[in-house]
Every structure is written in C-alpha cells, then in structure tokens.
Write a new protein. Sequence first.
Lengths: 307, 216
Amino acid sequence: MSEASVLYDVPGPRARRRDRALTAIFTVVFLAIIAYFAYALYKRGIFDDRWSVLTDPPKSQTAADVWGSLFRGIKATLSAAAVAAPAALAIGIVLSIFRRGLRYRVGRASMVVVTELARGLPVLLLMFFARFVLGWEPFWSVVFGLVVYNAAVNAEIVRAGLAALPKGQREAGLSIGLSTMRTTLIVELPQAIRVMLPALVSQLVVLLKDSSLGYIVSYEELLRIMKTNRDFFGDRYMIPLFVVGAGIYITINILVSRLAIYIERRMRTSRHVARTPSGTPPLPEGGAEARRYTANTGYGTGGTPGP
Amino acid sequence: METFIEEFGLIWGGFLATVSLATVSGILALVWGTVLAAFRVSPIGPLRTFGTVYVEIVRNTPLTLMFFFWVFVVPSLGFVPDLGFQPAVIALSLYTSSFVCEALRSGVNSVGIGQAEAARSIGLGFGQTLTQVVLPQAWRTSIPPLISVLIALVKNTSVAAGFAYAEMVAISKRLTNLHPTDALFIFFGIGMMYLLITIPLGILAARIERRVAFAR
C-alpha cells in the first residue's frame, strides 16, 4: 500500500519483492477463474441469440416494447421512492424533535417506543400489513412500509446529529432569548441535518433497495416487470433481462452512494459546519452510541448504505 | 386473539424457520465477511480489488434482487438449488457478508496509526502487533455495528417469504387468508415475535458498547 498502514511496516526490498510475486500469482489465478466462468457460460450457450430479446425480441414484440416496459418499471420504483423519501424525512424530523423537546417523561418514552417498534419490524411485514390488513393498493403498501421504517431510522440519525452538536450552539440560542423549541428549530436543526446529510443520503439507498420488496406485494416495479417479461418470453431470456435490470438497480444505487461520499468529503473541509473544540466537525463517528444508531446506514464507512 | 393461540403451532414453526435461517446465514456471513475484510486490508493488490468490487456491488444490490438471482437466474444457468431454504441461505449470507466486511474494516481503520508505531517501537513483531495491539481495539469498535448488521439480517430473512420459504412473514400472510377477521391480531403477534429477537439484540449491543468503550 502506498499510504502508511496500521497493519504493516513500510515494506523493505524483500517484502516488496514478495508482494510483487503474490500480486502476479493472484492476478493470474483471478484471470483464470474469470476465463473458466466465461468458458463455462459459453458452453451453456449464454452468448447465443437469446440476447436478441433486447434488440429484436421474439413473439412479434419490438425492442421498444421491452425497453418501454423496463422504463415503466424504473418509473414505478423511483416514484415510490420519491413519495416515501420526503415523507420519511419529514416524519423523522418531527419524531426526533418531539423526542428531544417533550417535557414529560411519558411523552419522550412513547417516542422511543414508536421508533424502536418501527425499526425492529421487517419492512416486508409492514408492507403486508398495509396490503392485506388495511387492504391498500400495492403502491401505497410499498410507500407505507418504506415510510414507517425509514422515518424511524431518519429520526435516529437526526437525533444523533442533534446530540453531536457542540453545547454552545444551544446555549447561544437560549441566551439570545429564543424559546427551547425555536432554538431547536432555528439554531440546532439546520446544523444537525447538515452534519448528518451523508447518513441521510445513504439511507436513501436503503430506501431505494427496499422499494424492490414491491415485487413481493405485486407492485409493478422494475423487478416485477423483469419477471413479467421473463414469463412472457420464456426462461431462455432470463439472463439478458436480469443483466439489464440488475445493472439499472446497481448503477442508480452506486450513484446515490457516491453522492453521500462526496457530501461527506466536502463537509470535512467545509468552513460552514459547526465544529467541536478540537476543531473537527461533530460527526457521530466519535460517539459510540450515535455510532450504533447510524451503523445501519453504514455511516462512517464512507457514507455507503446499510443492510 | 384466539386464532393466534390456536394457530400457535404454525406460528412457532415459522419462528423457528426464521431463527434457523438467520443463524445459518449469520454464521456463514461472519466467516465470509471476515475473509473479505482480510482481503480488503491485505497488501496484495488483486485481493484488495476483488474485495472492493465485491463489497461495492453487493452493498448496492437490493436483497430482493439477490434472492431473484438465486431463485430464477441461476437455475436457468443449469445449477438448480432446492427451493426454499438453500437459495435463501446463499442470498442472505452473500448479501450480509459485505456489511460484515465493512464493519470489520472500519474497525481496523479506526485504530490509530500511533498504536501500531508504538507497538513496533517496543519491539513487537507483525504477529504480536496484530494480535496484542491492533485487533483487540479494532474488535471493540466493530462489535456494535456488527450486532446492528445481525439485527438487520434477522429482519431481512423476511424477504425469503417472497421466494417460497415458509418463515414468519409467509405464515402471517397464510393465516390472514385463513382468518381474515383476525388479521390485525395475527400481524400484531408476529410483529411481537420479531421484536422478541431484535430488541434484546439491540439492548445487548448497547450493553457491550458501554462495557468495551474506551478512550482514544
């Protein structure tokens, strides 16, 4: 490695020779494995005319039909996310403010219970609940599941951001005569959201990924459309369709993850973020408790999404 | 409420199915994730590249897509796993391992470089530095996020409901079809059983965290 590492000494001539040899060996091994897989796939006829489903599909369909349906799928996936994400953020902020500001213990405790419940349940169970108990449309069932879970996680993220701010921010707000609520709303909240922006954006990836659960509650999103196409054209055409669909999913998610990493990097050098006395931005990595709450968003591991 | 008690045999079966799926894929994910983490911090370029590409792709893949791959795509390549448990374990452990890897790696990266320098300067060798100084500290930082990953795994087993594995969420759907009037209670009960696993794990994480907390 070029930079200094906690695990190894700076390599000397012998270590460098050994690393070079191992690098060569593993490169050859990996290339051999890839070549073997490619050959095995070729043997099974993966590279035959089945890819025509993307350019000149059978059953008197046109390529425009196939691609049009895939784009409808993307639109459905993104529209569920576009409805759910702002709602989850808004509710999450409200929850975190209540949890911080409520004067009575019962009120605060009930906020804790609500967020813990929503975080501890599988998103699919929430979607099934909306679909089969409340009898909602598939679209709204998907949105319901996404909103309930992500609102709870966003509430934790914002709360961690509020807790990580330097105490002086709150004291300053109170000392110029703002009420506690206004201090939170005008002084603390904007800074907390700014600090936690990478975590909130990578939570967006989690939300996008979970929207594919719509497949199971028969919402016509990208994955479901892939399956419909496969059922129509036959199993032979599964692989080209899957390659395209998976490519779309992964590309969108990697782009959003990159955005989170970019924001995180920029924030480290920004002068417009509240800093702790040691001069670093109050990122939650230092606080062990905040770390646990944001671990699911993968925050601190490069602003990338969680499971 | 009565339905819930009457059908408890079925629900208990689903609970055990969820727990066994989570346990098996959790162990596999921990093993494979540790291997990946070792790849990602190794000095050998190709291993690092493999680890990075794997984690980057898998972490940005929806779990449903991963299940879809093992249930519909792999069979069309000619490799047919049994339906139900087998593809669920494969999909869940491959998916979760990327998050295990990142939790471990961020633990290693969180150890200050001065620690290793100090260890070397008092004459500890590579193995001693690793086992006496670096790993104990990295491990402590990694445990809380690792438990979060395992909690997420427990909840993620529910995706198997969409791919022919009769775990708790699949059971809840079957029971609501059988007893539409008691749907609310059934969902409430099943939800409680999930919380029975996830909330104690969360409390455990918080406890371990307080215990292993140390100043840097």
